[in-house]
Design a protein around this ligand. Structure first.
Ligand SMILES: [Zn+2]
Length: 513
C-alpha cells in the first residue's frame, strides 16, 4: 500500500498518468464536439488556440523523458507471472512511445506547417477546380511523409523483423499490421468483381418515381425514433447536428453522435444516424471494467477498419435491410403525409440506390470499394512508384473511367474531392473498404449462429443482434488486430467472399418483384 513514507508502485503511477492523459483527451474532444455543433463562428480562432494548446500538452505527456522513465520503471517492476494483459498494455505503450521519439523534432514541425499550408492550398484549389494550385503543397507533403516513413522504419518492422514499405509504415497508425500483400488479396480483386455487379444494378427497377423531401423537424423525429428503437440511453448519450456527421466519446459514460439534414436527400440524416450510432455502440461496448482496461490501451478500438465495420453493420445490414424498410415504410409515409411508394419493396429500393457516381462519400455499397481501390493505387504510385505529382489528375480520371465508367469534368470532382491528401494522410482509405469486408464476414458468422438477419429483424429482435456484437466483437478491444479479430470471431481469415456473396444476394432481391 502507498503511504506517506512509501512511494506508490510504478504501475499505479503509470495508471494515474494515463488517467490524467484520458482526462485531457476528453477535454480536447469536448471542445471539438462543441466546435462542430454549438460554437458561434467568431469563436473559431480562440478555439483553435485552445485545441492546439491541449494537443501540444498531450503530445508532451506521451513523449517526455519522465514518461519514458515511468514506463521503464513499470516494466522493471512487472513480474513475469503478472497477468498477460499487463504485459500487453506495456508493449502497446512502449511501441507508441518509440514511434513518437523516433521522429526528429524538426520534421514534426515541418509536417505541421506543411499540413496547414496544404489544407489552405487544397481549399483554394478545390474552390477553383484547379489542381495546379495544390500540386506544390502535395509534392512537399509526399517528401515529408517519405522522410517520416524513413525515420520510423526501425520501429515499424513486422513481427518477424522484416521491413515494411513506406506506404505500409504510414498506414500502421490507422490499421495495425496492414500490408500490401494483404491488400493485394482483399482489395485489388474488387477491381474485377465489383464492376460487373454495378453493371447489373443498372437494370434495377426504381423506387418511388415522385420527387419527395422531408422537413428538418420530421427527419429529426424519425432519427429519434430509430435511436429509441436501438436502445439510446439519454443518461449516457447526447446528440446534435453538425456539418459532417460524426461520433465521439468524451468520457467513460459520455457518448455523442451528430447528424445533418441535407435538402433533397431525405434519407441522409436517417442513415447517418444509423451509421454514427453503430460507431457509438462499439465505443460503448469496449472493455472498460477494472484496472486492466480503462484507461489502458487494451480498452481502445481494435482499428479504423473494425470501427467502420460496426457503423456499416448498423447502416447497411440493419437500416437498409428489407425487413426494416417494411417497418419504416409506414412511418415515412406518415411523416410525409402521402404515400409515394405504394409498397415496402419500393420504399426499400429507394433506400438502396445503386449506381456509379464520381463522389466517394455519396457512393453505394457496390461502388464504394472501387473509389477506395482507385485511391490506394494512386497512393502507391505517388509514394513508391515515382509517379510525378503533375500526373495525378490524369491518372485519377483514367482510373475512374476504368473502374466506374465515368470521367470527372474537372479536378474538384476528381482528385481534389477528399480532404485526406491535403494533410498528407496516406494509408487511411483502405480501412474504409476493409470495414465493408469485415462487416460482411462478421454478419455471416452471426447468421450461422442466430439465423438470417432479415428474419431476426422481421421478428423485431434487433436487440439480439446488438447483444451478439456486445459479446463477441466489442470486448476484444486492442487485444487483437483487425485480421485477428475476424479470425477469432469467424474462425476464418478475412476474405472478400462473404462481402461479394452478400452483394450478389442483395442485387437479386432488389431485382425481384
Ligand atoms: Zn464511419
Amino acid at each position: 500500500m502507498a503511504s506517506g513514507t512509501h512511494r506508490s508502485s510504478a504501475w499505479s503511477r503509470l495508471r494515474d498518468h494515463l488517467h490524467t492523459t484520458q482526462l485531457l483527451g476528453g477535454i480536447h474532444s469536448t471542445l471539438y464536439f462543441d466546435q462542430n455543433t454549438a460554437m458561434p463562428a467568431a469563436a473559431g480562432s480562440w478555439r483553435g488556440e485552445q485545441l492546439a494548446l491541449l494537443a501540444q500538452q498531450l503530445h508532451e505527456r506521451q513523449s517526455s523523458a519522465a514518461y519514458a522513465d515511468l514506463l521503464a520503471e513499470a516494466q522493471a517492476e512487472l513480474p513475469a507471472e503478472a497477468p498477460p494483459e499487463r504485459h500487453h498494455n506495456l508493449r502497446l505503450l512502449q511501441r507508441e512511445l518509440r514511434r513518437q521519439s523516433s521522429l526528429d523534432a524538426a520534421l514534426v514541425g515541418q509536417l505541421a506547417q506543411a499540413q496547414a499550408e496544404g489544407y489552405g492550398r487544397w481549399q483554394q484549389a478545390k474552390a477553383q477546380a484547379d489542381f495546379q494550385l495544390f500540386a506544390p503543397a502535395l509534392e512537399r507533403l509526399i517528401q515529408l511523409r517519405l522522410e517520416q516513413a524513413r525515420q520510423l522504419q526501425p520501429v515499424e518492422c513486422q513481427a518477424d523483423g522484416a521491413p515494411r514499405s513506406p506506404w505500409e509504415i504510414l498506414a500502421q497508425p490507422f490499421e495495425p499490421e496492414i500490408s500490401k500483400a494483404q491488400l493485394a488479396q482483399l482489395l485489388l480483386p474488387l477491381g474485377e468483381s465489383l464492376p460487373p455487379l454495378l453493371e447489373r444494378a443498372r437494370s434495377l427497377p426504381p423506387g418511388s418515381t415522385a420527387a419527395w423531401d422531408l422537413g428538418e423537424a420530421q427527419q429529426g423525429q424519425l432519427c429519434d425514433q430509430l435511436l429509441h428503437d436501438w436502445g439510446y440511453d439519454p443518461q449516457r448519450c447526447g446528440k446534435a447536428r453538425s456539418p459532417h456527421p460524426f461520433s465521439c466519446t468524451l468520457g467513460p459514460d459520455d457518448f455523442r453522435i451528430t447528424t445533418r439534414v441535407v435538402a433533397g436527400q431525405p434519407f441522409s440524416a436517417f442513415l447517418a444516424t444509423a451509421h454514427e450510432w453503430g460507431h457509438s455502440l462499439y465505443e460503448q461496448g469496449l472493455p472498460r471494467s477494472g484496472e486492466h482496461w480503462f484507461p489502458w490501451p487494451l480498452g481502445e478500438a481494435t482499428s479504423m477498419a473494425v470501427h467502420e465495420s460496426q457503423s456499416l453493420f448498423y447502416e447497411n445490414r440493419l437500416a437498409r435491410s428489407h425487413a426494416l424498410a417494411e417497418r419504416w415504410y409506414p412511418r415515412f409515409h406518415q411523416a410525409l403525409g402521402r404515400d409515394v411508394w405504394g409498397s415496402g419493396q419500393a420504399f426499400w429500393r429507394d433506400l438502396n440506390p445503386i449506381r456509379a457516381g464520381l463522389t466517394r462519400v455519396e457512393a453505394d455499397e457496390v461502388s464504394y470499394g472501387l473509389h477506395v481501390l482507385l485511391r490506394y493505387r494512386l497512393e502507391l504510385a505517388l509514394l513508391e512508384q515515382g509517379m510525378p505529382v503533375a500526373e495525378l489528375p490524369e491518372a485519377w480520371n483514367r482510373g475512374m473511367q476504368e473502374l466506374l465508367g465515368l470521367r470527372p469534368t474537372n479536378d474538384a470532382e476528381g482528385c481534389l474531392q477528399d480532404v485526406h491528401w491535403s494533410e498528407g494522410l496516406f494509408g487511411y482509405f483502405p480501412s474504409y473498404a476493409l470495414g465493408h469486408l469485415i462487416s460482411a464476414q462478421l454478419s455471416a458468422s452471426l447468421e450461422r449462429e442466430l439465423g438470417p438477419i432479415e428474419v431476426l429483424l422481421e421478428r423485431g429482435e434487433d436487440a439480439q443482434l446488438g447483444q451478439w456484437l456486445r459479446q463477441r466483437v466489442y470486448p476484444l478491444g486492442r487485444s487483437v488486430d483487425a485480421g485477428g479479430l475476424v479470425q477469432r470471431v469467424s474462425g476464418q481469415p478475412l476474405s472478400s467472399a462473404p462481402f461479394l456473396d452478400y452483394l450478389e444476394a442483395k442485387l437479386e432481391r432488389l431485382a425481384a418483384g
